[in-house]
Ligand binder design. Sequence first.
Ligand SMILES: *[C@@H]1O[C@H](CO)[C@@H](O)[C@H](O)[C@H]1NC(C)=O
Ligand SMILES: *[C@@H]1O[C@H](CO)[C@@H](O)[C@H](O)[C@H]1NC(C)=O
Ligand SMILES: *[C@@H]1O[C@H](CO)[C@@H](O)[C@H](O)[C@H]1NC(C)=O
Ligand SMILES: *[C@@H]1O[C@H](CO)[C@@H](O)[C@H](O)[C@H]1NC(C)=O
Length: 363
Amino acid sequence: MFSAWNFFLFGLLSASQSLAHHTPRSEHELEIQRGLQAAAYHCAPAVESFTASRKRAWAQRALAGNPNVPGYQQLFSSETYGDIADAPHNSPHNPHDSDDDETFMKCTPISDTHIQNNTCVLAPEVTEGPYYHDQGHPIRQNIAEYQDGLLLLLDIGVIDVEACKPLPNVLVDIWQANATGHYAGHPVPAPQFINEKPATTGLRKGLLPPFPRTLHAETFLRGAWPTDKNGVVQFTSIYPGYYTGRATHVHTKVFPEWQVNPENNTYKAGRLSHVGQFFFDEELNMVVDKMFPYFTNPIKDTIGRTRNTQDSLNIFADSHGPEGQYNPVFKVHLLGGVVSQGLVAYITMGVNASASYDNFLKG
Ligand SMILES: *[C@@H]1O[C@H](CO)[C@@H](O)[C@H](O)[C@H]1NC(C)=O
Ligand SMILES: *[C@@H]1O[C@H](CO)[C@@H](O)[C@H](O)[C@H]1NC(C)=O
Ligand SMILES: *[C@@H]1O[C@H](CO)[C@@H](O)[C@H](O)[C@H]1NC(C)=O
Ligand SMILES: *[C@@H]1O[C@H](CO)[C@@H](O)[C@H](O)[C@H]1NC(C)=O
């Protein structure tokens, strides 16, 4: 991502990538992951109906027979969290919500999707990226700001793997790189990290240290929004670009408890129950690689884009590992007739709503 850094990263990365598959996660982490995946398996039918009904909703609203890109104003509200009267947050689950969800799940026929086992359940991984932030992101659905790129609508379902039910009213925080691989707030590393080298051991092997934000005014491609009563949250964004060592991805955290900072419409983090990342199919990444402004990525002709299977954090490979199989890859549909008209990407996250993870990097 930082061109000056790419030169020394180049040599180190090839070494770390070949070793990445042999890097064990801690026993504790594996145990958590196994437990959650086991729990997620029995949710597969619930996830299937959850996804099917979301697809139908999309088809009705935007996709079927409409060759034009819908104005996303029509799809997603542009209001901020503060505009929503009596918006619920930070409260225990309302029993009425649970009733609704039960009805929602039971009434949805499983017909138009074919999901094998828990294919679309995203089990967690607890590895965070270096572009953290110690303050909560803006509470908003449209995170694109002025960033140039391919329109990407995200439809993220959250399901509690303990109850196999969609989770309403949890805050889903996402952040991602822009089309040329930069994160808001990190144009350069903080001075004390200028000479840092990627870690050579441990879970952060091949990665640079976490960089605190240096430009606090930048907020592009960062935002959080609570799930609705059906456990779904939608965002308007752009397709992420790539940077050194990482496959194209979107970060996420899920907070069952949080507070609003009304003065600046950001959130104050409470209990954290999930940290994860979403990926895209290689075939789609290859198509986007050729589009403007993605092909202007400064590392295009040097290191190039890291493939899913080469990801230095090994997240993609882990998802297909012996602990089970989960699928951290968005299912993507075209909004119009061609890719350049935009995409809608679905995923369902399996989270443990009662878990509490250490928010040590706060991002
Ligand atoms: C899903 O996969 C798990 C682990 O491989 C297996 O135990 C379970 O029986 C599978 N469930 C179905 C419905 O195939
Ligand atoms: C991505 O962000 C960086 C840093 O703010 C900026 O220099 C670059 O122009 C942005 N990329 C695009 C395609 O706008
Ligand atoms: C928003 O306001 C809160 C509470 O005053 C403060 O702690 C936080 O740093 C502010 N966030 C930003 C991004 O300014
Ligand atoms: C969910 O988290 C709770 C609290 O940490 C834990 O007791 C429980 O075993 C977890 N459930 C699964 C399926 O991992």
